[in-house]
Design a protein around this ligand. Structure first.
Ligand SMILES: [Zn+2]
Length: 71
């Protein structure tokens, strides 16, 4: 086996590793997106809002700042 073949194999392993880490980080990001799309009810008026736009006070979620004051 020549040095060129060894270098090509090393390069293929490196590329495979890079592709694997990109896929891994992408699946993590899609988990985050899924989490942000989670709908939770406001603790005051029970309106359902996406968790990303909800206001969290004392481990309770609210649809708006006004309702969070009623915590
Ligand atoms: Zn509310």
């Amino acid at each position: 086996m020549g040095i060129t073949k060894i270098l090509i194999i090393a390069l293929l392993i490196w590329v495979a590793f890079k592709v694997y880490s990109v896929i891994k980080s992408r699946s993590k990001n899609s988990d985050d997106i899924r989490l942000n799309k989670k709908i939770i009810p406001c603790n005051f008026c029970k309106t359902h809002v996406p968790i990303a736009s909800a206001i969290k006070v004392n481990n309770k979620y609210f649809c708006s700042v006004d309702h969070s004051k009623n915590a």
